[in-house]
Ligand binder design. Structure first.
Ligand SMILES: Nc1ncnc2c1ncn2[C@@H]1O[C@H](COP(=O)(O)OP(=O)(O)OP(=O)(O)O)[C@@H](O)[C@H]1O
Ligand SMILES: [Zn+2]
Length: 721
């Protein structure tokens, strides 16, 4: 009799054994359906010697029901899943789920039905139908997706189908993607670029694992270099994966890719429509998708013939996933390349300290682009000491920054003001009684958004309209805004320069591909004078007429629960500074701060990157912080505060005593309440040599908790909220 061991998609269960029926063919990696009690469960066939399962006698085994019509997950991908689960203390099933992406796609290709407006415009409409008509112009998707988009019920839309206002369209899920042309518009590279490109191309040609750190200053033309490696991979009929930190950046990338290769790449991210997801997943699996661009979730896809991975803006914190499987896509990308036996390129102008360290140790091959492309100079950076050069009351732009902006407006050049805070003001209170608006679900103030006239929590999404009177003392119109967000800065710009054309760039305003494109085009065509934006606008963009960057509050990132605050502040400011002077005209950067002598600010002002990295390296070494020591966090949460506290205390009570591991806490988390859950944390600091994951598994493994308690393990955490 044949047995198969399954990794089953059920969070509560470990691997299970099944019987393989006579006529059924399975191999490791096969995706199958199996019976589970009265229900069915999805599973992946695994090598029995690599996954432990309970010992079930042969006669008790139930037969597998079906093998799904998709290729088995490859051995390198199975090893990646095991590695990720092991390293991040996650369940293998939770990791494997990320490889399946679209469950619908497993059922095969063929066709699906979507709906769109017919163009019929009846004279009379119910308000709901009218709203739907307005919202659905140019849209085509499933009824459920359209309903969500239009904010009406599915019933309303079905009624509209009946009335001939919406019509079904058959979508072919297996239609091929247009093919990229490797020599569509090959650029003339500078000597430095050519050397970098040659190294990558050779690595793709030779095959085999080779990790690169492409360390090039802002505007050095890193993209063009790795495009050459992609062209080589395409010529060899291998697939390429490009990881970007945010969906917002994919639009910009798409335009450049199209210019170079003649067609759009295949996109993979969380906001694809279901038919796009199915089509993309199937093309990834069949090898038809040549180049896949995506956020971190694209990393675990079952590529048929992966030949190259590029992680762009590799230093970005958003590669770290902070819920579910808490993995860092930058690190896992290198591991995937290793298992696949292919090159991987980490590209950045401000590499993570960890990556620099690995390059220095010779683990990564460092390729440097020390100068900007086309002879552009790096911008001049100056510090504005806000204690001396004070902005006016209730204003945030220092006189020097205002003067510099005025100068740009007169010359017809562009300015960019950076403040990493969405909304109008981070705190709103009642002038009369001091009442502060707090989120009911989180330890956080509600942030006023004037554009949408709402108070919003940036952690859980809770929103209320701005009330007319104080809910505490009932005084009407008594609310005062404290501190600035980008909306308030944009107001100040308009107040000072009424004629200036101001663009506000945040995830609130640039939330669709169309809006992003509109912004990029307007900026390129000089229809914008001043850009006011959050971190969204700090990287990736290239506007030749932008010659002034103002950092409104450089100290902001140094507060709060970020374990790498210094590094992150350095990266963010260096990146945003890097948007200035990318064309022919020189750039200028003004950094407003109250701590001009803080090492990060001083290093930025001196343009001395090495000084920053070596100072940061030394302080990390002293603190036993990564990359010299290791961190992990245990986050205990429950909707019941006493339950969370008890569970955290129970964990703390049986902490292991290990010579090379220090355990701090439990203590209430800085975000003691998040999305309605009370949170406690323990922080573990270990020597590099310590078997950290094993220690945590041995420690937590035997413990049992009430159902409402969740235990999160965060290996190499980035945030300490
Ligand atoms: N060989 C080349 N030929 C023509 N244009 C080039 C070449 N190399 C780079 N460029 C142009 O120079 C500009 C800067 O390049 P790119 O955006 O790739 O820099 P980058 O290194 O990614 O910078 P950042 O890290 O700041 O985003 C782009 O407009 C790009 O098209
Ligand atoms: Zn909240």
């Amino acid at each position: 009799m044949r047995r198969a061991r399954l990794l089953v998609f059920n969070a509560a269960l470990g691997p299970l054994d099944y019987r393989v029926p006579e006529h059924m063919a399975v191999e490791p990696g096969s995706i199958v359906i199996a019976p589970l009690g009265p229900r069915q469960v999805l599973g992946i066939v695994w090598e029995p010697d690599r996954l432990e399962a309970g010992d079930v006698p042969e006669h008790k085994l139930r037969p597998l029901l079906e093998v799904l019509p998709v290729p088995p997950l490859s051995a390198p991908l199975r090893r990646l899943i095991e590695w990720t689960a092991d390293y991040y203390c996650a369940s293998p099933a939770a990791v494997a789920r990320m490889a399946l992406g679209s469950t619908a796609a497993l059922r095969g290709g063929g066709t699906t039905t979507e709906y769109r407006l017919t163009g019929e415009e009846p004279a009379r409409l119910t308000p709901q139908r009218a709203a739907a008509m307005d919202a659905l112009h140019g849209e085509q998707a499933t009824i459920r997706e359209l309903a969500e988009k239009a904010g009406v019920s599915e019933g309303v839309l079905r009624g509209m189908v009946g009335a001939g206002l919406l019509e079904p369209v058959t979508v072919d899920l297996d239609r091929p993607y247009p093919k990229a042309n490797p020599s569509h518009a090959a650029p003339d590279l500078s000597a430095d670029q050519q050397a970098a490109a040659d190294a990558f191309v050779a690595a793709v040609r030779e095959g085999g694992f080779q990790p690169f750190l492409l360390d090039g200053v802002t505007g050095s033309g890193k993209t063009e270099c790795y495009f050459e490696a992609m062209a080589e991979a395409l010529a060899q009929r291998r697939q390429v994966l490009i990881l970007l930190p945010e969906i917002a950046l994919t639009e910009n990338f798409l335009r450049r890719f199209e210019a170079r290769f003649g067609v759009a790449p295949v996109l993979w991210h969380s906001s694809l429509k279901s038919s796009e997801r199915r089509r993309a997943w199937r093309a990834i699996v069949s090898g038809d998708a040549q180049v896949v661009v995506g956020a971190r979730s694209a990393l675990f896809m079952p590529y048929a013939r992966l030949g190259l991975i590029v992680v762009d803006e590799a230093h970005e914190v958003s590669f770290k996933q902070d819920d579910g499987v808490r993995y860092n896509a930058r690190d896992v990308a290198v591991i995937r390349a290793k298992f696949e036996g292919i090159p991987v390129v980490l590209a950045s102008a401000t590499p993570a300290l960890e990556s620099m360290q690995l390059a220095e140790a010779g683990v990564y091959r460092k390729i440097a682009l020390p100068a900007r492309f086309g002879g552009a100079e790096l911008p001049a950076i100056e510090v504005v000491d806000l204690r001396i050069e004070q902005p006016e009351r209730q204003h945030w732009l220092s006189p020097r920054l205002v003067k510099a902006m005025k100068d740009r407006l007169l010359k017809g050049e562009q300015s960019l003001l950076f403040l990493n805070r969405r909304g109008y003001a981070p705190l709103t209170l009642c002038r009369h009684c001091g009442h502060r608006f707090q989120c009911p679900n989180c330890t956080a103030w509600l942030v006023e958004h004037r554009l949408s006239r709402r108070l919003a929590c940036h952690h859980c999404g809770h929103e209320v309209p701005v009330p007319e009177a104080c809910p505490e003392c009932a005084t009407p119109e008594c609310m005062v805004a404290c501190g600035p967000g980008v909306e308030r800065i944009a107001d100040e710009v308009t107040e000072r320069f009424p004629e200036a054309r101001v663009a506000l760039v945040t995830s609130d305003t640039l939330n669709t591909p169309a809006k992003i494109n509109e912004f990029v085009e307007a900026a390129e065509n000089k229809l914008i004078d001043v850009i006011v934006g959050t971190q969204l606008v700090t990287k990736g963009y290239h506007f030749p007429e932008l010659t002034l960057v103002g950092v409104i509050d450089a100290d902001l990132g140094l507060e709060g629960g970020d374990l790498r605050a210094g590094e992150r502040t350095y990266q963010q400011i260096a990146q945003v500074a890097g948007r200035a002077g990318r064309g022919e005209k020189p750039g200028e950067v003004l950094i407003q701060t109250r701590h001009p002598t803080a090492p990060v600010i001083a290093a930025l002002a001196a343009g001395d990157r090495d000084a920053f990295y070596s100072a940061e390296t030394e302080s990390r070494r002293d603190a036993g912080a990564p990359p010299f020591g290791r961190w992990a966090a245990i986050i205990v949460s429950s909707e019941d505060e006493a339950e969370a506290r008890e569970a955290a205390r129970a964990i703390g009570g049986v902490r292991p005593l290990l010579p090379d591991v220090a355990i701090l806490g439990p203590a209430p988390a800085p975000m003691a309440l998040l999305r309605g859950r009370y949170r406690y944390r323990l922080l573990i600091n270990a020597r590099r040599s310590a078997e950290l994951q094993k220690a945590i598994r041995d420690w937590l493994g035997p413990l049992r908790f009430p159902q409402g308690v969740r235990i999160g393990i965060d290996i190499d955490p980035y945030s300490f909220v």
